[in-house]
Write a protein that binds this ligand. Structure first.
Ligand SMILES: Cc1cc2nc3c(=O)[nH]c(=O)nc-3n(C[C@H](O)[C@H](O)[C@H](O)COP(=O)(O)O)c2cc1C
Length: 183
């Protein structure tokens, strides 16, 4: 089983990337994990669609090949970060331009999401992702979904610290998602 991790932050020491790394460790040999590198993805521009840049073709291909997607993202101003929304907009376009019957790389694909953020634990962003990903025709597992808050101490060290209870929540989401993918 191949699960593609998508991180909604470009920050090198991103807490969300650290959460993804922890998730990979806890999944162990139950699935193959890869990370989508989309830092060079251009802004959505319909003019580019007539002659799709290699970068976009490559990203669509990686998403298409994955059995499932797991998004780890902060929220920016209570919403989905722009870089992630831009990626999802690109992936929402049909294989054959203008022909939605040809499908998209996201259609029918199992997806779940988690996040590290401030006091809100990325709740607003995850609610929006739930709406957006369903609209894009994905098979969404919105519960259980982990959200964690960073502490002032973590901000000082740029290191994500998870309690045993946090780890248990993450394990619960992993187990639920692995079953969900197979269902
Ligand atoms: C433009 C911007 C907007 C933000 N808005 C929120 C917010 O609405 N809620 C929140 O909890 N944190 C917010 N933050 C703080 C981020 O949660 C914090 O920077 C977090 O570390 C980002 O995730 P990362 O460590 O994975 O990069 C915002 C950060 C930025 C840069």
């Amino acid at each position: 089983m191949n699960i593609l991790f998508i991180i909604g932050s470009m920050r090198e020491k991103s807490f969300n990337r650290q959460l993804a790394n922890k998730t990979k460790e806890l999944i162990g040999n139950r699935a193959n994990i890869s990370y989508l590198d989309y830092k060079n993805l251009p802004y959505m521009n319909q003019d580019l669609e007539a002659n799709l840049p290699e970068e976009i073709k490559n990203i669509k291909d990686q998403v298409n090949k994955a059995d499932a997607i797991w998004i780890f993202t902060p929220e920016y101003n209570g919403m989905i970060p722009g870089v992630l929304k831009n990626l999802l907009d690109w992936l929402s376009r049909p294989w054959i331009p203008g022909n939605y019957a040809s499908g998209t790389p996201l259609k029918g694909k199992p997806v779940t999401f988690s996040g590290v953020g401030g006091r809100n634990q990325t709740k607003s962003c995850r609610e929006m992702l739930n709406i957006l990903l369903k609209r894009l025709g994905m098979k969404v597992m919105s519960e259980p979904s982990c959200g964690f808050s960073f502490t002032p101490e973590m901000q000082k060290t740029d290191t994500l610290e998870l309690t045993n209870d946090d780890i248990q929540l993450l394990k619960d989401q992993i187990d639920a998602f692995l079953s969900f993918i197979k269902s």
